[in-house]
Design a protein around this ligand. Structure first.
Ligand code: SAM
Length: 224
């Protein structure tokens, strides 16, 4: 099948195959994880959905969280393997998913989920369906951590808007030209993306680095 989601997967395959990777976890993610660890801990298994080069997985492993990572890009998974080998850490469970198929049936059983800057690489109905599936798979009390760029982020600013409200990147940011993404219009819409989650915190982070505007929303909560 040649769809927007498969095109996205190819873009990310090229990205990791050409040596791109993120080394550090995002500060907000670190703070949310440390907060949850201090109050409840992450018993069981956490799913890192769209784990990329494993920057959050390495941090989470180092603070004692048991993990399974999913990706649409096989080169991302190779990058995670070599990262964990290099760090002399046990490699977490990893699996490749097909972004065109329903997520249901492609995921292991899990107790918590992090989806940091990954789920929005799709058209709007599939993004919302994937988020619902991630939430449906959580047991009551399971932690949920989520991040998505806002419409003021460089990715959305360098995009054209598609008829269904999704965006296609037309600029050359981070080698993502051609990627199809979905962004919430504002914080209210963002908060509506998570039915079934008792949201404990949502917010935004904005920074301009070397003249480039980076802005994202984050959400943290537990399954009702
Ligand atoms: C911006 S990177 C973020 C990676 C990692 N979560 C992090 O925080 O650094 C986006 C990742 O999402 C993955 N991805 C693309 N389409 C996806 C989809 N439909 N569902 C889940 N992940 C997807 C890409 O392969 C890529 O590794």
């Amino acid at each position: 099948m040649d769809t927007n989601a498969q095109d996205n997967a190819k873009i990310w395959d090229r990205f990791y195959a050409t040596g791109h990777r993120l080394w550090y976890p995002y500060e907000v993610c670190v703070r949310l994880v440390r907060y949850h660890l201090a109050h409840e801990g992450f018993a069981g298994l956490m799913l890192d959905h769209g784990c990329g080069s494993g920057n959050h997985m390495e941090f989470l492993t180092r603070v004692g969280v048991r993990l399974h990572g999913t990706e649409v890009s096989s080169t991302a998974l190779q990058t995670v393997r070599s990262r964990f080998e290099g760090a002399m850490l046990p490699t977490p469970g990893l699996s490749l998913i097909d972004p065109d198929l329903p997520l249901q049936g492609q995921l292991p059983e899990y107790d918590h989920v992090i989806a940091w800057g990954s789920t929005h690489y799709n058209r709007r109905p599939k993004v919302l369906a994937d988020i619902k599936c991630l939430i449906d798979g959580l047991p009551q009390g399971g932690a949920f951590i989520f991040q998505v760029p806002t419409v003021r982020d460089v990715a959305a600013r360098q995009s054209e808007k598609l008829e269904d409200g999704s965006f296609r990147i037309i600029g050359s940011i981070s080698s993502q030209t051609g990627a199809t993404c979905t962004y919430p219009e504002d914080l209210d819409e963002f908060r509506s993306w998570f039915p079934g989650i008792d949201l404990r915190d949502t917010g935004s982070v904005a920074v301009t680095l070397f003249g480039t505007p980076v802005e994202y929303y984050f959400a943290y909560g537990v399954k009702n």
